[in-house]
Design a protein around this ligand. Structure first.
Ligand code: APR
Length: 230
């Protein structure tokens, strides 16, 4: 049986925008309302853990109230004809809820918590609220299972390996403002077809890119149908 071509998809906050979840750096983005250094660094957690916990509880509530949009759903459909590997910078669980099979979270996932002393000790959060004082079997305070600025990105190596195996690479809804995630583009083989979906895109470096300057919810279903030949 002919092996399916591998499509690697790197997604950012833009793919979840039409699900009603704020992006970070657009005009109404999350970082307009909050200072990263108050809510998304280890120092912020040391300084004011209640504020950090509240910030992520609010975002978790928004994620649980949101639904996957046509772009998330189309990426599931793409599995009919391809080996689809999703690498997401997002901490929402919309790719999971759309049914995608292979998802790598570079920056963690907001629906889980982790021990403050052992990052490998990860737990599901029941509902939207992770309360201060909730501890794990080590007796350690639980924090959101997300990667904060200044912290290592433990999944970057497996992600780079996946990016380097792409026959087709699709970039959806990311400003590529944050490393090491943004550096994954450099691991994509030169021979791979490269597609960028972003309504605010102008160009993505070399001419090797096919640019689709549309919203993900409109562009991705059309792109998937084109790739599936339907
Ligand atoms: N469809 C597709 N793309 C969109 C849409 C949409 N409907 N709306 C906005 N975009 C694009 C914007 O043009 C922008 O390029 O999505 C991108 C969002 O960029 P950011 O807000 O910077 O989000 P992201 O790239 O995911 O941020 C990367 O930074 O703050 C950290 O850890 C956080 O994972 C995040 C990382």
């Amino acid at each position: 049986m002919s092996e399916k071509k591998r499509i690697v998809v790197l997604t950012g906050a833009g793919i979840s925008a039409e699900s009603g979840l704020q992006t970070f750096r657009d005009s109404d983005g999350l970082w307009e309302g909050y200072d990263i250094y108050d809510v998304a660094t280890p120092e912020a957690w040391q300084r004011n853990p209640v504020l950090v916990q509240e910030f992520y509880n609010m975002r978790r509530k928004a994620v649980l109230e949101a639904s996957p949009n046509a772009a998330h759903i189309a990426l599931k459909k793409l599995e009919k004809g391809f080996d689809v590997q999703i690498i997401t910078q997002n901490v929402d669980n919309l790719h999971e809820r759309a049914g995608s099979s292979n998802i790598l979270h570079l920056h963690g996932i907001i629906t889980k918590s982790q021990s403050c002393i052992d990052p490998e000790a990860v737990y599901d959060i029941d509902g939207w609220e992770l309360k201060m004082g909730e501890t794990c079997e080590y007796g350690s305070q639980l924090r959101p299972h997300v990667v904060w600025f200044g912290e290592a990105v433990p999944m970057i190596e497996p992600a780079a390996k996946i990016a380097s195996s792409a026959d087709i690479f699709i970039l959806i809804g990311t400003s590529l403002a944050v490393y090491p995630a943004a550096g994954l583009v450099d691991f994509v083989p030169f021979r791979a077809e490269k597609v960028l979906v972003d309504p605010n895109s102008s160009s993505a470096g070399s001419g090797k890119w096919r640019i689709i300057p549309e919203k993900a919810g409109e562009a991705v279903p059309k792109l998937v149908d084109e790739l599936l030949g339907s």
